[in-house]
Design a protein around this ligand. Sequence first.
Ligand code: C2E
Ligand code: MG
Ligand code: MG
Ligand code: MG
Length: 280
Amino acid sequence: RAKQQGRNTYCFYTPEMQARCLRQLTVENALRRAMEKQQLSLNYQVQLQAQDRQLIGLEALLRWRHPELGQVPPGEFIPVAESSGLILPLSNWVLREVSRQLRAWLDEGLDVPRIAVNLSAAQFRQPDLPELVLSVLEEFAIPAHYLELELTESMAMENPDLAAQTIQRLHQAGIGVAIDDFGTGYSSMSQLKHFRISTLKIDRSFVNDLVSSSDDQAVVGTILNLARSLDLRCVAEGVETREQLDYLCELGCDRVQGFYLGRPMNAEQTRRFLAHPATH
Ligand code: C2E
Ligand code: MG
Ligand code: MG
Ligand code: MG
């Protein structure tokens, strides 16, 4: 897996490995300059209340367009950033850009919902993460409740004690924490209850075959029950069809995100959406 490949990966085995390694180096070198060359931007994807399609959140998704490499997906460049020391500057850029954008929309008088920001593993490992986040929010005069931070189960389970502390401090500061891609990791129920999280995001792999797979129906039902008994919000990710949406509603999942509800939008499209929600 690309995620596990550090900088010291050996590059001389098969031609495929060589090509992969070369690509990784190319991406790494290009990524180094991406920030200063203003090649980064954020897209925003809506999270809606299933019943009335009311807007309840936006997830910020990082985009990188390089003049020669074209649009490089985050699934490719985030792991490269993680293994090359670029992830912290990149993550800080995302947090500042979200805050700057949020401030601009608020100043325009737009009705902005909570914005979810994906954390990187290295970012979540920083012991002073809550203070760092709060100082950025303060700089842009953003009330903490506008922000929700998304982390994965594996990030939380890497060091459960530190994770519980960090999440607790974020919670105390009024910042929500969501567990992303929930159900794909191996976090134990007994650990989960120690985390002061606000939201579980059901991974899209369970939504994909939901209508036909009784296994996936059981998993989604179990996650919804868990969320209910721990008093957590639950958002289903990757909703692509009307049938999936209906099934989720039937199961009692009232918050949804996915291409069927809306593709990730650039900042200008998002601004228009916030200004005229009814026309979309
Ligand atoms: P994620 O946080 O689970 O984000 C959801 C991904 O699913 C996004 O892909 C989104 O475009 C995609 N998606 C949304 N609805 C649907 C759907 O209905 N069907 C399908 N097939 N896909 C859907 P994207 O933007 O390529 O991001 C991939 C991953 O990269 C994210 O997964 C997240 O883990 C990471 N990522 C994105 N932005 C950031 C960032 O700013 N910082 C960090 N650390 N990671 C990020
Ligand atoms: Mg996410
Ligand atoms: Mg996800
Ligand atoms: Mg994901």
